[in-house]
Design a protein around this ligand. Structure first.
Ligand code: EPU
Length: 346
């Protein structure tokens, strides 16, 4: 553990935004985190935990001490009757971990293939895709409180998962005082992969793959390959063109609000939710407002998926946020809906 100064962060955020960390420490173990906390200079300083950087917009140089989580390791904890419990260090690359679980014969994460980022970031925003959310496969996690140095374990209920949401996204000064944003560093995560395995095939894109290939009873490896192909066709590869995946959450509205929008825009893409609310496709709303391909400076709306903002090369965080705010305003003016950003703005 040693602090690096004035560190370029362009390669550490999937948007590829140019910014620097005043101080950055790579933490490869729980002991490294403890050493930071015990250090007379670093211990009391404000801190910012960085995983794969796939869900952040950097709007300038980062002044808090950046803790770059590089904790590795993956193992089978237990092969119980109803689930395989598998653990991974927070710094493991998410997609490599998903592939590894399949290679070991422990399916269950295949619908979450190719999501950028690290294992440690996966519970923070309860990643989800193609009918599976992290919370459906979560067992527990170990973390360390950066204020007190106390290590602790959380189960799913304690993580308070919601749609792209968890206890880690809420400040501790929140209404219930229970938020862990800026306070917890996730060390390792355990997943419960249900046995027997059942495929999740409810999404239209997956039904299309079944029809195209004639495979009516796909195994986990088929689904893994299909998800990779579907994502590659729709979403820009951050290694080629900077982005942070979906930039906004899909908003939910009441059936009355939805009926009102349908009356004006019959084609609005909407899905009924189990609680009676209706989820709208934010990508469709943005697209309907004519944003596809539009830019502010070097920040643009992706041509193939209006929910994704991209860095055409040299975009600043300020340009990304100006574009995001302009989109929010036009969607609000046309549909009366406030879009909420998904990434963390630093
Ligand atoms: N649509 C348009 N125009 C667009 C974009 C989308 O009309 O420019 C329509 C599509 O035709 C489709 C609907 O909107 O009918 C939904 O689009 P899509 O299936 O691409 O999914 P999404 O709602 O945009 C969500 C997640 C993705 C996840 C996919 C698949 C959110 C914010 N995004 O996208 O997650 O991969 O479903 O499950 O919930 C991410 O969070 O970063 C992410 C990529």
């Amino acid at each position: 553990m040693f602090p690096e100064r004035n560190v370029p962060l362009q390669a550490c955020n999937s948007f590829g935004i140019v910014a620097r960390a005043h101080t950055l420490v790579r933490v490869g173990s729980e002991a490294d985190v403890r050493a930071v906390l015990a250090d007379p200079e670093l211990g009391p300083a404000p801190k910012f935990v960085l995983g794969g950087g796939s869900n952040v917009v950097l709007t300038g140089d980062v002044k808090p001490v950046v803790l770059k989580v590089e904790i590795r390791g993956r193992r089978l904890v237990e092969e119980a009757a109803r689930a395989c419990i598998v653990e991974a260090g927070a710094g493991e690359h998410w997609h490599d971990f998903v592939r590894w679980t399949l290679e070991q014969g422990w399916p269950g994460l295949e619908n979450l293939a190719l999501i950028p980022g690290t294992v440690g970031a996966s519970p923070v925003q309860n990643i989800g895709a193609y009918g599976v959310e992290l919370q459906d496969r979560f067992d527990s996690l170990d973390a360390i409180d950066l204020n007190t140095g106390q290590a602790f374990t959380l189960n799913a209920a304690q993580c308070a998962f919601g749609y792209r949401d968890s206890v880690f996204k809420h400040a501790s000064s929140g209404a219930n005082g229970l938020g862990l944003a800026g306070r917890a560093l996730i060390l390792r995560v355990r997943f419960a992969l249900p046995r027997p395995w059942k495929p999740v095939l409810g999404y239209l894109d997956l039904e299309r793959k079944m029809a195209e290939t004639g495979i009516a009873a796909p195994d986990a490896r088929h689904i893994f390959d299909w998800i990779i192909a579907i994502r590659r066709a729709k979403l820009p590869d951050p290694a080629v063109i900077g982005n942070a995946g979906s930039f906004f959450k899909n908003p939910t509205v009441t059936p009355e609000q939805c009926a009102d929008i349908i009356a004006r825009d019959p084609k609005v893409v909407h899905y009924p939710m189990p609680d009676g609310s209706i989820k709208l496709a934010a990508g469709w709303l943005i697209d309907a407002c004519g944003w596809k391909g539009k830019s502010v400076g070097q920040a643009s709306v992706y041509e193939k998926q209006a929910l994704v903002l991209v860095n055409r090369g040299g975009a600043t965080g300020g340009q990304v946020m100006t574009l995001a705010r302009a989109i929010q305003t036009s969607v609000y003016e046309r549909f009366g809906i406030r879009l909420e950003p998904e990434p963390v703005v630093v």
